[in-house]
Design a protein around this ligand. Structure first.
Ligand code: RTP
Ligand code: MG
Length: 137
């Protein structure tokens, strides 16, 4: 079993898509082992996305991620990291395949509805960024 960190981003939460996204997550065989709704500060968003600190979109991305509530969750299944990224679809929804969450719910390349860890190392960092062991069942 593998775990990954998923986020329902502020665009999707504010538009009321969280319930639909959670249902799709369960239908696709993920066990939601941790979940909470929080609001990031700008600083907390910058810490989360520090790997992108030198990218041109860093300031805009961290403004977006702190503009309203998000839902952070730990998803567990075999091959969770790759399978969750597959279910999310391409970063830019214009390139996302039919049936993916970004195809269904994203607005554009930045306001793209969901996040997922991209490696075992980033999953470990990102899960511990939001959850302690007692919060995971
Ligand atoms: P994520 O980390 O959120 O799961 O998304 P990802 O791996 O598909 O994409 P990544 O390259 O890690 O970028 C992180 C987030 O930054 C925003 N972004 N904006 N304006 C742009 O060109 C641009 N590129 C990326 C998106 O919100 C992306 O998910
Ligand atoms: Mg990424």
């Amino acid at each position: 079993m593998e775990r990954t960190l998923g986020i329902i981003k502020p665009d999707a939460v504010s538009k009321g898509y969280a319930g639909k996204i959670l249902a799709i997550i369960e239908e696709n065989g993920f066990n939601i082992v941790g979940l909470k709704k929080i609001r990031l500060t700008k600083e907390k968003a910058e810490g989360f996305y520090y790997v992108h600190k030198d990218k041109p979109f860093f300031n805009s991305l961290t403004d977006f991620m702190s503009e309203g509530p998000i839902i952070v969750m730990v998803l567990e299944k075999e091959n969770a990291i790759a399978d969750w990224r597959k279910l999310m679809g391409a970063t830019n929804p214009e390139n996302a395949e039919e049936g993916t969450l970004r195809k269904m719910f994203a607005e554009n390349i930045e306001r793209n509805a969901v996040h997922g860890s991209d490696s075992p190392e980033s999953a470990k960092y990102e899960i511990s960024y939001f959850f302690n062991a007692l919060e995971l069942v």
